[in-house]
Design a protein around this ligand. Structure first.
Ligand code: ZN
Length: 312
């Protein structure tokens, strides 16, 4: 599953390639699982929208969209071949013709409809920017045709990925951003929590997007055992932990995200550089600091790796 550093890397790659481009038309596949918003709502929100920005929020990729009302009013696009969109286009044309240029903001400020397209990659989702003639991969669930002539495609064999849309500023992932949170806010997350610190780190309602690998690596660097009750950890140790979380995520982002799954970045290149794991996946191998064999335990169904000597 792509973790925060991979998603950050993908979002940055996409931002470079599609920011400023306009979605001309949208094709959506028949499979229902990937569509968290309805197909008609997704198409209506995306079509003729300009991609103003692409960014990561937790493990979501958020496309900030702007729909120019003046443009919509003056140039309702003709109905396209896609039957699913034809009816909608006719409706929009009808609505658009009732908007006068003055109402649409001509001569004043241009008005924009702001919205967001939100993509969660799930286990095997990928976003590809490609030329229209390139072969459409099996398990392609969405194709956005861009005014630059390229296509942005969402491919997901296992269909745990999700596509949705939200109106301006509506979308807000739960939890706080681990790379932005300050110490006071971080301390407050764990106050009074009797759960193991590892579970608390993975709780998406507390922190956004810290996955299993990065939780283990952060706990090792902070010298904390994964089973330690969150509420028993001192302020100073939590300060160390926050620094470790930021350091580990930042290192992985710098390296382009580490990944174990079959995974392709936005340029279609396979694989990422791997962060050198100090504990994750190193059961029975010697600790890189003290040579004690690394232990593996299971907490809430997830593997946790730690050094019984270095971590208390
Ligand atoms: Zn050790």
């Amino acid at each position: 599953m792509p973790e925060l550093p991979e998603v950050e890397t993908i979002a940055r790659g996409l931002a470079k390639r599609v920011t400023g481009d306009v979605v001309e038309s949208v094709w959506l596949g028949q499979k229902k699982e990937p569509l968290k918003s309805s197909a008609s709502e997704i198409a209506a929100t995306l079509e003729r929208s300009r991609i103003a920005a692409v960014r990561r929020m937790g493990k979501h990729i958020v496309f900030d969209l702007e729909q120019d009302q003046v443009h919509v009013a003056r140039a309702p696009s003709p109905a396209r071949g896609r039957s699913a969109n034809r009816k909608r286009n006719e409706m929009e044309s009808a609505q658009a013709s009732s908007i006068t240029p003055a109402q649409a903001g001509v001569g004043t400020r241009p008005t924009y409809n702001k919205a967001q397209w939100i993509v969660h990659l799930g286990m095997t989702g990928r976003l590809q920017v490609c030329e229209p003639q390139s072969e459409v991969a099996k398990h392609t669930h969405a194709i956005l045709r861009l005014s630059s002539g390229r296509e942005l495609r969402f491919v997901d064999p296992r269909r745990f990925g999700r596509l949705s849309v939200a109106q301006a500023g509506d979308f807000d992932a739960a939890g706080v951003e681990p790379l932005e949170v300050d110490l006071d806010r971080f301390l407050a997350l764990f106050r009074g929590r009797k759960t193991p610190i590892k579970s608390a780190l993975l709780n998406q309602n507390l922190l956004r997007g810290v996955g299993n690998i990065y939780a283990d690596e952060s706990l090792f660097r902070a010298g904390l055992r994964p089973r330690r009750r969150a509420s028993t950890i001192t302020r100073e140790q939590l300060g160390k932990l926050l620094a470790a979380v930021k350091e580990v995520l930042q290192e992985a982002i710098t390296l382009g995200g580490s990944s174990i799954s079959d995974y392709v970045n936005s340029d279609g290149e396979e694989g990422f550089f791997q962060l050198r794991h100090r504990v994750y996946g190193r059961e029975d191998e010697p600790c890189l600091v003290c040579k004690t064999p690394i232990k593996r335990i299971v907490i809430a169904g997830r593997s946790s790796h730690y050094c019984p000597t270095c971590q208390k």
